[in-house]
Design a protein around this ligand. Structure first.
Ligand SMILES: [Zn+2]
Ligand SMILES: [Zn+2]
Length: 474
């Protein structure tokens, strides 16, 4: 431009500081306003152009590139101003990736170039590793899949099955990068390396899915429906049949007979299981009483199981996963018929372990001590609060309490998604339940990139994190 203004002195006007866009794009943001800009990939150049007016040729302006978090100067090139403008190309260096960079424009001396009102011109931008990198705030079907697959990570609570990359997702990504990928510097941002690592995680921690099948013993037989007392054939295929949607169990205690010989019942939630009689109501009594046979195992639960196995291996020396002793329990399962708890209708797993090679079984003090020790070694990583008993925080993975009382687990860990919301939003919608291992697992994320969200992110790059975790099965 080189307009000679009315001002006697030269100025650098903030709006004339601009970042030009090289051809290869990665995303970056001005943090002081929301204008999306893009900067180059590694080894490309960011151009800064400064125009001035009324300036004498040959003056220098200093452009400082600082690490915004600690003000360390990363680079400080000078721009010579000629004909009222100067330009500098700054190469994006590898060490800058994932940093927030602050660009400050200052003058080199006290003469000839005055900044507008003495204001130091700064812009902050964040260099992200690669094109299409996924960070907090992103949305879409791919994010939902990632949230499901990171279900067992995140100390403040596991990611929930929805389409938004939120705080929980970010915290889980960081934990996964640190603990599973074993990166020195975690980012909380997802690029190709992290997606590949999640695909590898699936291979490393297989799920014995057949062990999740309902083990009711009356398959094919005529039985009494334990919810509505009708007569039916038990057609259980292993993962529920969708029965009893909208039906809630009401528990009664048999108290006395009236003068006609009819048994009188009284509602009582604390009645021992053997004394319970159940009727159903369509009044919403809440998830603990919901008799609906969900159509499979909840995928977040099953991916949470993978994370549990990972942390048992990582955080303990003596314990190893042994078996899933109970997964799905339909209305004809003996334990449902006797306890009338609905938790295992797709929302819970009972998991057994060995200790120093010996199976942990039986109800003894020693077993309780071992299971407490195991729980305490892993619960925090899974985002589970162990002492919360029957009222854990909403929307978390949960354990049942360990102990020898009723409703406690003495030689296994019971992992569940019973506190996930069923409404607004629903984290217990049918779509999250799967009745085959393939459906639990889903396609490899790297493959999904081509189809999900219209293939928007299929060009996602590696950010050179160098994920080199030794693959378990090699
Ligand atoms: Zn069954
Ligand atoms: Zn259980």
């Amino acid at each position: 431009m080189g307009k000679v203004g009315t001002e006697a002195e030269g100025v650098v006007r903030e709006e004339w500081v601009e970042i030009e866009l090289p051809s290869k794009i990665i995303s970056a943001k001005w943090l002081k306003n929301t204008t999306e800009i893009s900067t180059s990939k590694l080894n490309d150049k960011v151009k800064i152009a400064i125009e001035t007016r009324g300036i004498i040729n040959g003056k220098e302006v200093v452009v400082s590139i600082l690490d915004a978090s600690n003000s360390e100067v990363l680079k400080r090139p000078k721009i010579e101003i000629n004909n009222s403008e100067g330009k500098v190309e700054i190469e994006i260096e590898k060490e800058w990736v994932h940093k927030e960079l602050k660009i400050e424009i200052t003058k080199d001396d006290n003469e000839g170039l005055n900044l507008v009102d003495g204001y130091i011109h700064t812009k902050t931008l964040k260099i992200i590793c690669c094109e299409h990198a996924i960070e907090k705030g992103a949305r879409g079907d791919l994010i939902r899949e990632i949230n499901i697959r990171l279900a067992g990570f995140g100390e403040g609570g596991c990611p929930l099955p929805h389409d938004t990359f939120d705080d929980r997702t970010e915290s889980a990504v960081k934990q996964f990068q640190k603990d599973y990928m074993e990166l020195d510097e975690v980012t909380g941002i997802i690029c190709r390396d992290t997606l590949e690592a999640l695909d590898q995680f699936k291979i490393d921690y297989n799920i014995p899915f057949n062990r999740c099948r309902c083990r009711c013993t009356t398959k094919g037989q005529t039985v009494t429906n334990a919810v509505d007392n009708s007569s039916e054939t038990n057609n259980c295929q292993g993962f529920g049949d969708g029965s009893n949607r909208g039906r809630y169990l009401r528990r009664f205690t048999r108290v006395r007979k009236d003068e006609d010989g009819n048994t009188i019942y009284e509602a009582d939630g604390k009645t021992p299981a053997t004394e319970r009689v159940v009727e159903y109501t369509t009044r919403n009594l809440g998830e603990p009483f919901y008799a609906y046979e969900y159509p499979g195992m909840h995928r977040s639960l099953m991916w949470g199981f993978r994370a549990l196995c990972f942390y048992v291996e990582k955080n303990t020396t003596a314990f190893t996963f042994r078996d899933i002793s109970s997964g799905y329990r339909c209305r004809n399962h003996d334990l449902f018929r006797s306890s009338k708890t609905t938790n295992h209708m797709g929302k819970a797993l009972d998991i057994q372990f060995s200790h120093d090679g010996t199976p942990v079984t039986g109800q003894t003090r020693n077993r309780v001590r071992l299971m407490t020790e195991l729980r305490d070694a892993i619960h925090k990583k899974l985002g589970i609060e162990p002492k919360s008993g029957w009222a854990p925080p909403a929307n978390r993975l949960a354990f049942e309490p360990v102990g020898t009382d009723r409703g406690q687990t003495h030689s296994w860990l019971h992992l569940d998604v019973r506190t996930f919301s069923r409404a607004n939003p629903s984290y217990l919608a049918d779509e999250f339940f799967a009745n085959t291992l393939d459906l639990v697992n889903g396609e490899n994320l790297i493959t999904l990139l081509n189809t999900v969200d219209g293939g928007d992110r299929k060009e996602i790059n590696s950010c050179e994190m160098r994920f080199e975790k030794k693959k378990k099965n090699e």
